[in-house]
Design a protein around this ligand. Structure first.
Ligand SMILES: *Cc1c(COP(=O)(O)O)cnc(C)c1O
Length: 438
């Protein structure tokens, strides 16, 4: 059995269950391809992150980085858990507004927020705008003046620390498109501009060092660095950040080769480092914010597919093709992300072959899993790819004009549709035929 599954997830029929519901039944009821979330896993991860802050009596926010998976229902679950959210676009903010998510618990991120997006954020009184660059400080100043408003802000800095991970998803190194550079003095200049601005309330300092990180070291270095900056700002500008935000990036298990730390371990290391550094620097203990995305949405998600055609290349390999692929999960094609899968009606059966799990899209690179050991399967069997909850549906496309899948939430044996499957009519909804004169 895949190590990502527990015994409780196998029912009496020997089938995979998700949130207490037979995955075969979910596939039959909602059709495939289907994204399914076990909601109790989402809640659990948030609670585990929170527990260490609570136990240490540290002021905190666990702010879900919603780009991992942003829908109204997801925001409602985060709200039920009293979490915060990060948004990075007008569209994510709009979704949060539609979900009635409390705007005071929203952080607005992004390295090129437009004037319209900033206007929307200020009008809706989002909790904090995380400033990324000088252009944005100027734009926000104009927007605040126009609306005669004020806003809490944070400064995103690049701490000069690179986490050991894939370069496309690593952001903390100096040569990054995100945030104010530290060494060259940009961060200090930004601070002075913000402190001099009556409409901006400088709440704290932010860094995000990368994604899918398995080690504590990067977080400890970043946390220490942020406290040093805080101490520096205190000495030089008599300003002390209320909040130190160390971002997200906590690694999860996709395959048996991944050995992630527990959420508690990450928070424990971050809290200890900040406590110690603050004491060393004679600073008051700040509030500590974290921004997990993948680690909240990822492990809770399953993509269900129906097995279709098969190609056996004599003497070489076999391609087992499913009814989805890069349109609903671009990660394998985009950065060679790896997953594991099981057949939902025999997740425990011993494998008898190793196949490429291929998608149905017209790209040779549309391979969901390069090497998957499986028992014998036949067309019509349902395959569950595990741990697909982050950056899967949220990156889905209509490539080849395939409709995007439906999304279902399951908890305590009850399932509910939270995003409808796109229809063909949806696909042409925005198309305009040529006028006769054209
Ligand atoms: C993407 C992102 C996160 C979340 O990263 P994960 O790897 O999904 O945890 C957090 N903070 C910022 C600023 C981000 O851009």
């Amino acid at each position: 059995m895949s190590e990502q599954l527990t015994n409780e997830q196998i029912n009496e029929a020997g089938h995979l269950t998700i949130g207490g519901v037979d995955a075969d039944q979910l596939a039959a009821k909602y059709q495939t391809p289907l994204a399914v979330y076990d909601v109790s896993k989402i809640r659990d991860q948030i609670r585990r992150f929170k527990s260490v802050f609570e136990a240490n009596g540290v002021d905190y926010a666990v702010s879900y980085a919603s780009k991992a998976f942003a829908t109204i229902a997801m925001f409602q679950v985060i709200d039920q858990e009293q979490g915060h959210i990060d948004v990075v676009s007008g569209g994510e903010l709009y979704t949060a507004i539609q979900a009635n998510f409390p705007m005071s618990r929203v952080s607005f991120h992004g390295n090129n927020k437009s004037r319209e997006e900033l206007e929307m954020a200020v009008k809706n009184k989002v909790g904090v705008i995380v400033l990324d660059n000088f252009h944005e400080i100027e734009l926000l100043d104009q927007v605040l003046k126009e609306q005669d408003a004020t806003s809490a802000v944070m400064l995103r800095i690049t701490p000069g620390i690179s986490a050991h991970t894939h370069e496309y998803i690593s952001t903390g190194q100096e040569d990054s498109k995100f945030g104010f550079d530290l060494k060259s003095g940009q961060a200090d200049q930004a601070l002075q501009e913000v402190l001099a601005n009556d409409r901006m309330n400088m709440l704290g300092i932010h860094a995000h060092i990368g994604s899918q990180i398995f080690e504590l070291k990067g977080f400890q270095m970043a946390a220490k660095k942020l406290v040093e900056i805080a101490a520096n700002w205190h000495n030089q500008y008599q300003y002390q950040p209320e909040v130190i935000n160390v971002g997200g990036g906590f690694g999860i298990r996709y395959t048996k080769d991944d050995h992630p730390l527990a959420p508690e371990d990450f928070v424990d290391a971050i809290v200890k480092t900040i406590k110690q550094s603050a004491a060393d620097q004679n600073l008051d203990m700040p509030a500590v914010w974290i921004e997990p995305g993948r680690s909240i949405a990822g492990p809770a998600g399953y993509n269900l597919y129906t097995v279709g055609s098969r190609k056996d290349v004599p003497g070489l390999t076999s391609y087992l093709t499913v009814d989805g692929g890069m349109g609903d999960n671009i990660r394998p094609a985009l950065y060679q992300a790896e997953y594991e899968a099981v057949l939902v009606d025999q997740p425990n059966a011993l494998p008898t072959e190793t196949v490429h799990v291929a998608g149905k899209y017209c790209e040779s690179g549309d391979i969901l899993i390069d090497k998957q050991a499986l028992p014998a399967s036949k067309p019509g069997d349902v395959l569950a790819v595990l741990d697909t909850g982050a950056y899967g549906y949220s990156m889905a496309s209509n490539y080849n004009r395939n409709p995007r899948p439906a999304v279902v939430f399951v908890e305590n044996g009850e399932s509910t549709l939270v995003v409808k499957r796109e229809t063909y009519a949806d696909l042409t909804r925005l198309d305009q035929p040529l006028p006769k004169t054209f």
